[in-house]
Design a protein around this ligand. Structure first.
Ligand code: G6P
Length: 610
């Protein structure tokens, strides 16, 4: 996690750095800081508040300069405190700081390096693993920063993206990456570094994606990249169109609210103008791959994992292919039985989640060569690593709690289900036409569910005083219950867990009292009667039910049972529609509790460390 911005220019680049940090706050917000070269020395401002406050502090400190680096932190080593905030400086004894450095990642051998550097006289001011890199660069520096950084990274174990500059070479910033993202922004007589091209929107749209092992030398009119072996390499420059307005809040109170309401557009865009199902939607050669595989292995984390669990129900039911869904951080470290004929599907909003990437590589190392990703970032490592891909068109998602990314992932996974069914001759033309009709109508159907917001707000006021909640679902709505519970706990800090309703009697029923709301996802499907019995089990114990039913189901409000009806039952795509009210419930409950909805405590959007 953590966000990095760096710049070499001939103008005051403080505004670029601060604006870049604002756009990268989704990567972590425990603290932030900026370091600049000014009047022959290194100066910095650091804060444990948000980037907006840092900007004010910078103005007060009158910090400005034409070369600089900046950082927003998600703490791993060392508490979120000013002395642990980046940039870190390194000075030789009795001298002013010579090196300034920011880092995203984890250095695994930092203790050993720290002992070594303390042994040669470096004094540490923080508990971070990062500070060792700053001192190591300083230790190895003999007049050429690019050279010193290349030597430094050879000593590092772990994951890193770094940006560093030196008091003695003020028109130069050096960057390096291994396992954590870093891009170069190419400007006109000025150049930039950032964790994500989004940080540079409005500054430059010419982006170079660095590869693992790359070290880059940025000067005013030169970008020089060497690979892990020290050989000069050319990397393509892409023109990336990120409208700077995409990060604007508009009339909404929070990005999460904006993103919930963007879902009709996001799902519509994800469907593009698809007329009919074909494997080639997932890339050239997909037909051959889909024919060759006999099972699917889905790897993902967080909300993306719940999208995978939902897809398992669809794929097994419609395409009749066995599916295993694994949490990436578990899969990568456990002994499993690889099946070379399995299609490995990774699901990731960011395309850079460290555990998902590592799990993908692990699967490949076990001989599973067929890989596909459902991802929201076309230029991400995940897309580059996979043979096939489907790019969701959610657009930039800023709120840490994923919303539109999830529903667009589900949309893409439903398309994948249909394409797999088609290659197995399990999709007739009539069925395809029916599914396509339902998909095309999906944006409007989501819009109709969003209109339930006022009713859900009334429920949220009641939830705000609770400390626990239980979510129930059955079948393909069980993963949706899990996603609903995750949303509530992430942003409102109410403890919430999800259970398949049939499991209620095997434990969670012991927790049911009038003070624990039980949210039930009750679509009018084949399991509804079974679910109604489960609801009675809750009522019989005095539990308070909050039920999301479909317009045409025979469930009505009664004492202890509150019902909100979605406009229509939506068949196999119902999980997508039933997600929306759960997002709104979590959102409004969090608002009522006054939490920082877009930046919940201790979390970050893009988890680029293990
Ligand atoms: C973090 C985010 C979640 C996201 C998960 C996986 O935990 O807060 O919203 O679902 O990472 O991220 P990915 O980018 O791989 O989907």
């Amino acid at each position: 996690m953590c966000g990095i911005v760096g710049a070499v220019a001939q103008r005051d680049i403080t505004p670029v750095l601060v604006e870049g940090l604002k756009r990268l706050e989704y990567r972590g917000y425990d603290s932030c800081g900026v370091a600049l070269y000014a009047d022959g020395e290194l100066r910095r401002t650091r804060s444990t508040q948000r980037v907006a406050e840092l900007g004010e502090q910078i103005a007060q400190d009158k910090l400005s300069g034409f070369t600089g680096i900046a950082h927003t932190r998600w703490a791993t080593h060392g508490a979120p405190a000013t002395h642990n905030a980046h940039p870190h400086f390194s000075a030789l004894a009795n001298e002013k700081p010579r090196i300034a450095l920011v880092h995203n990642g984890i250095i695994e051998n930092y203790e050993e390096l720290r002992t070594e550097l303390e042994g040669v006289g470096f004094v540490f001011e923080s508990q971070t693993d990062t500070e060792v890199i700053a001192h190591l660069v300083n230790h190895l520096y003999s007049g050429d920063l690019f050279e010193a950084v290349q030597q430094t990274v050879r000593r590092l174990l772990g994951a890193y993206a770094i940006a560093v500059f030196c008091r003695d070479e003020p028109h130069r910033v050096v960057g390096a990456r291994q396992g954590s993202p870093l891009v170069v922004g190419v400007g006109n007589n000025e150049n930039f570094l950032a964790s994500d091209a989004l940080a540079l929107a409005g500054t430059t749209d010419k982006i170079i994606y660095l590869e693992d092992g790359d070290v880059v030398d940025l000067q005013l009119s030169r970008v020089w990249i060497v690979d892990s072996e020290g050989k000069s390499v050319e990397r393509d420059t892409h023109t990336v169109s990120i409208a700077s307005g995409s990060a604007e809040l508009g009339p909404y109170r929070h990005y999460m609210q904006k993103e919930i309401f963007e879902q009709p557009r996001a799902v519509g865009d994800t469907l593009q103008d698809i007329e009919s199902i074909t494997p080639e939607l997932f890339g050239d050669g997909a037909y051959k791959v889909f024919k060759a595989i006999d099972s699917v292995l889905i790897l993902a984390c967080g909300t993306s994992y719940y999208a995978g669990l939902t897809a398992k129900y669809w794929i097994e039911s419609i395409a009749k292919i066995p599916v295993a869904v694994e949490i990436a951080s578990e899969y990568r470290y456990r002994d499993s039985v690889p099946n070379p004929k399995s299609l490995v599907v990774t699901i990731s909003q960011s395309g850079e989640t460290a555990d998902t990437l590592a799990a993908l590589k692990h699967a490949r190392s076990l001989g599973m060569s067929h890989t596909l990703t459902v991802c929201n970032v076309a230029t991400s490592a995940m897309v580059r690593e996979c043979e096939l891909s489907y790019i969701t068109r959610a657009g930039v998602e800023i709120g840490v709690a994923s919303t539109k990314a999830f529903t667009t992932q589900l949309t893409a996974l439903f398309l994948l289900t249909l394409a797999l069914a088609q290659t197995r001759d399990l999709l007739t033309e009539a069925e395809e036409a029916e599914h396509m009709k339902a998909l095309r109508h999906l944006p409007a159907a989501i819009g109709a569910v969003l209109a339930l917001e006022p009713q859900i707000m009334a429920w949220a006021d009641r939830f705000a005083s609770k400390e626990n909640a239980l979510f129930l679902g059955r079948g393909m709505h069980y993963p949706i219950a899990m996603e609903g519970a995750l949303k509530l706990k992430e942003i409102s800090y109410i403890h919430a867990e999800a259970y398949p309703a049939g499991e209620l009697k095997h434990g969670p029923l012991a927790l049911v009292t009038a003070s624990m709301p039980v949210v039930t996802i009750a679509p009018r499907d084949a399991l509804l009667e079974k679910l109604k019995s489960n609801m009675q089990e809750v009522r019989a114990r005095g539990g308070e039910l909050y039920v999301f039913a479909d317009g045409d189901s025979k469930i009505s409000s009664a004492e202890g049972m509150h019902v909100i009806r979605l406009p229509e039952h939506y068949g196999k795509l119902s999980p997508i529609l039933h997600t929306i009210p759960l997002q709104l419930l979590a959102y409004h409950t969090a608002c009522a509790r006054g939490t920082d909805v877009d930046k919940p405590r201790n979390l970050a959007k893009s988890v680029t460390v293990e």
